[in-house]
Design a protein around this ligand. Structure first.
Ligand code: CP
Length: 341
C-alpha cells in the first residue's frame, strides 16, 4: 500500500478506507494545514474540477469543499440537481438515468461529490445506493458528502480533530455518542460515521440512546468488528447518565429511528418527544468526572441537543472541528484526484 494507491479511489463509506489510509490522509492534512497557516501556496490540483451535487442543504460541507478547491488551485462546480434532468427513479419516462448522467459528468470533471439524504431520499439506504451507482459508472473518484448511512469526510475530520486536541492519543479514550432530543428529526450519517472511525482508532465507543434509536444493524456490526480489530470497545446503552460517566468526548445529536421512512415525520416527532430530557446540559457536563469535550459536527440545535453554555465554553471543540473540514477535505481531494505533494 502506498500513498499513490489513493489516487482515483472512491470514499463512500468510512470502511472503504483502512486505518493506514486514514493515517496517510491525516499526515497530508497536517502538511496542508501547515501550508495554510504559513501562507504557502499549494496548487496541487491546478486545472482540476470537482463537481458537487447537493440534493440536500449544507453550510460547512459546501463552503469547505469550495474553498478547498480554490486553495488547491482548481475549481468546484456547485450543482443543484433540481436544475438537471436527472431522475433517481431510473425508469422510462421519469428523466435522465443515473447511468447516463454519471457517464457524461465523468467526461468533464476529475472528481464528483454527492450529498443525498433526509427528505431527498424515499427510503433508508437510497442515498448510498445512488452513490454506488455513480461509482459504478464513473472513472473519477466519488466522494460522499453525506448520505443516509455515512459521512466519511466528517468522520475523518472528527478523528483528526480528536488527535489534534488529545495530543495524538485517542486509543482507549471514551467517546459517548448520545441521542439528544430535537424537533429536527435528523439522519444517522454523522453519528454512525463517528462511531465507525472512533472504533477503527481503538477508542472506547459508547452509543447512548433510547431503545427505539438503535443504529443500522449493519453499521453496528461494522463498529463491533472494527473495535475488535483495533483493541477498542463498542457498547450500546439506554442509560444516559451512567454512559456519560468518565467520557473524554461527548457527541450529542438527534437521529431518527430506523422506521423513519415508514413512520413519517409526525410519528417520529411523537416518539422523540418521550425523550425530551435527553440533552447534553451544563449540569450533566459538570458531573462527568472527566472533561466531556463537546464534539459536534454542526449544525447543533442549541438549547435542545446541547445547552448554549456547553457549545461555547472552553471544553467545546465545535468551531475548530468545523474548520478542520477544510484541511482534511483538501487532503482527500489531493490524494484521490491525483495531486502530487
Ligand atoms: N456537518 C455538516 O455536514 O454540516 P453541513 O450540513 O452544514 O454541511
Amino acid at each position: 500500500m502506498s500513498w499513490f494507491d489513493l489516487a482515483g479511489r472512491d470514499l463512500i463509506s468510512e470502511v472503504d478506507w483502512t486505518k493506514e489510509e486514514y493515517d496517510i490522509a491525516m499526515k497530508v492534512t497536517d502538511q496542508l494545514k501547515g501550508a495554510y497557516y504559513s501562507r504557502n501556496p499549494h496548487p496541487y490540483l491546478e486545472y482540476k474540477t470537482f463537481a458537487m451535487m447537493f440534493f440536500a442543504g449544507s453550510t460547512r460541507t459546501r463552503m469547505s469543499f469550495e474553498t478547498a478547491m480554490t486553495q488547491l488551485g482548481g475549481h468546484s462546480q456547485f450543482i443543484n440537481p433540481q436544475t438537471m434532468r436527472l431522475s433517481l427513479e431510473d425508469k422510462p419516462g421519469a428523466g435522465e438515468t443515473v447511468k447516463d448522467t454519471a457517464e457524461a459528468m465523468d467526461r468533464y470533471c476529475d472528481g464528483i461529490g454527492i450529498r443525498l439524504l433526509d427528505d431527498a431520499v424515499q427510503y433508508y439506504g437510497q442515498g448510498d445506493q445512488v452513490m454506488q451507482k455513480f461509482a459504478e459508472h464513473c472513472r473519477v473518484p466519488i466522494i460522499n458528502m453525506a448520505s443516509d448511512i455515512n459521512h466519511p469526510c466528517q468522520s475523518l475530520t472528527d478523528i483528526y480533530t480528536m488527535h489534534e486536541k488529545l495530543d495524538g492519543s485517542v486509543k482507549g479514550k471514551k467517546i459517548v455518542i448520545m441521542w439528544a432530543w430535537s424537533p429536527w428529526i435528523r439522519g444517522l450519517c454523522s453519528v454512525q460515521g463517528t462511531a465507525l472511525i472512533s472504533a477503527m482508532y481503538g477508542m472506547d465507543v459508547v452509543v447512548a440512546n433510547p431503545p427505539e434509536y438503535d443504529f443500522d444493524p449493519n453499521v453496528t456490526k461494522q463498529c463491533r468488528d472494527l473495535a475488535a480489530a483495533s483493541g477498542g470497545s463498542f457498547e450500546i446503552s439506554h442509560d444516559l447518565d451512567r454512559s456519560l460517566d468518565g467520557a473524554t468526548v461527548v457527541f450529542p445529536r438527534n437521529w431518527f429511528t430506523m422506521g423513519r421512512y415508514q413512520n413519517g415525520k409526525e410519528k417520529e416527532a411523537e416518539i422523540a418527544k418521550k425523550y425530551a430530557g435527553w440533552k447534553y446540559s451544563t449540569e450533566r457536563q459538570k458531573k462527568l468526572g472527566a472533561p466531556g469535550h463537546l464534539l459536534q459536527c454542526m449544525p447543533v440545535d442549541r438549547g435542545n441537543e446541547a445547552d448554549p453554555e456547553v457549545c461555547d465554553n472552553k471544553l467545546s471543540w465545535i468551531l475548530d472541528q468545523a474548520e478542520n473540514r477544510l484541511h482534511t477535505q483538501k487532503a482527500v481531494l489531493t490524494l484521490t484526484m491525483g495531486g502530487r505533494l
